[in-house]
Design a protein around this ligand. Structure first.
Ligand SMILES: *Cc1c(COP(=O)(O)O)cnc(C)c1O
Length: 381
């Protein structure tokens, strides 16, 4: 250590020798890691110590990847800067120039844009197929097909994917099955255990749970995760340590949050079914013995004035995301599905009065009351 104030103030060495056993994982808010000598540095490249540079690896992002892998029952996991970054890493771990990917038509709008707009520029061909008609998927498999992509519960119409059937189809044709499990979470559904090779999350949603981070996690077979990790490192789409730490903190309460989320959603779906101003309620059945998810979508096109409905929501906010502890609503036509061609929107049932409700963890009676009064005020006579 130098003698001068200017040197001492830069090096802050007071903690150097202390071994501190903190209960929660510290935030390794560092861009790089230091080495004692050249042998110590060489050890990194020999795989004997773990960390060199945060874009390449960090204890907080590793903790998140490993924790989600464990909950999904998968051997390996990696974190990324967003759900979208994790999806791209998973796809590029499998498909390269000249390859072909088959994806469900009713996937998340941002994923649709990624696959439809970016993959062709990389020389990867994509076919969008209506997976609701299972047997037709096989007709789209070509010699260069490498991957089948779907979501365990679709958005915003909440179609439940038959993952076991897709897994069987993918195995038979030697394709990788990748499933986005964001809406269901491993609390309700574990696609890896049902035959998916890669499972991806927008951890921005239920895994983080508090609408205060943007993060993604990809889990699956070890070899595929290793390749995906290389893509994340090389494309510069690693997650920051602080975001990873916050996401891990959220993850600790996933189970208790989901328990309340799904109980409230079931009660709200039942109440909305009975409401005369609701034309249609989309809420899946038989997702899991623990419940059917926490997103409820309604169609009020013919029965209500949509603008008035959104103006009458009181404490329930309009938010173009989902899965926070607060109940919120979104308008797929103007947000998540804005980028879809009108024909595709019509085909998918994204109507003018379609409202997606992300049911929070408040008291169920307050949530039901909030929607009842908005519907009553917006109802056409
Ligand atoms: C939000 C979302 C994504 C994209 O995640 P980001 O973290 O915003 O990149 C992907 N899939 C689903 C189902 C989502 O809800």
């Amino acid at each position: 250590m130098g003698k001068h104030f200017d040197t001492k103030s830069v090096h802050l060495s007071g903690m150097e020798e202390k071994k501190i056993n903190s209960k929660s994982t510290p935030i390794y808010q560092t861009s790089a890691f230091k080495f004692k000598d050249l042998e110590d540095l060489e050890n990194f490249y020999q795989g004997k110590n773990d960390y060199l540079y945060t874009r390449v690896g960090n204890p907080n992002t590793d903790e998140l990847g490993a924790a989600v892998a464990q909950l999904e029952g998968a051997p390996s996991g990696v974190a990324a800067a967003s759900g979208t970054a994790a999806i791209l890493a998973g796809v590029l771990a499998v498909a390269k120039q000249g390859d072909h990917v088959i994806a469900a038509t009713d996937i998340y709008g941002g994923t649709y844009q990624l696959l439809a707009n970016e993959l062709p520029d990389l020389g990867i061909e994509v076919s969008f197929v209506d997976f609701a008609e299972g047997e037709k998927i096989a007709d789209h498999i070509k010699a260069n097909t490498k991957m089948v992509y779907s979501e365990s519960i679709s958005n915003p119409l909440l179609r439940r994917e038959d993952i076991e059937a897709l897994g069987a189809l993918a195995r038979e044709a030697q394709l990788v099955l990748m499933v986005d499990n964001t809406f269901a979470t491993p609390y309700l559904c574990r696609p890896y255990e049902q035959g998916a090779d890669l499972v991806v999350h927008s951890a921005t949603k239920y895994i983080g749970g508090h609408s205060d981070i943007t993060a993604g996690v990809l889990v699956g077979h070890e070899g595929l995760i290793e390749k995906a990790n290389q893509k994340i490192v090389n494309l510069g789409s690693s997650l920051s340590p602080f975001e990873a730490w916050l996401t891990c903190r959220g993850l600790k309460t996933l189970s208790v949050r989901m328990e309340r989320h799904v109980a409230n959603a079931q009660k709200l779906a039942d109440a909305l079914h009975k409401h005369e101003a609701v034309e249609k309620v989309y809420y899946p059945e038989d997702v899991s013995p623990l419940g059917n998810g926490a997103i409820v979508t309604i169609d009020i096109t013919a029965t209500c004035d949509v603008e008035r409905f959104f103006q009458s929501l009181g404490w329930i906010k309009i938010v173009p995301t989902l899965a926070g502890v607060e109940t919120s609503v979104s308008y797929p036509l103007a947000t998540s599905h804005r980028a879809l061609p009108p024909e595709t929107r019509d085909q998918l049932g994204i109507t003018e009065g379609l409202i997606r409700i992300s049911v929070g963890i408040e008291a169920a009676d307050d949530i039901i009351e909030g929607f009842n009064q908005a519907l009553n005020q917006a109802k056409r006579n």
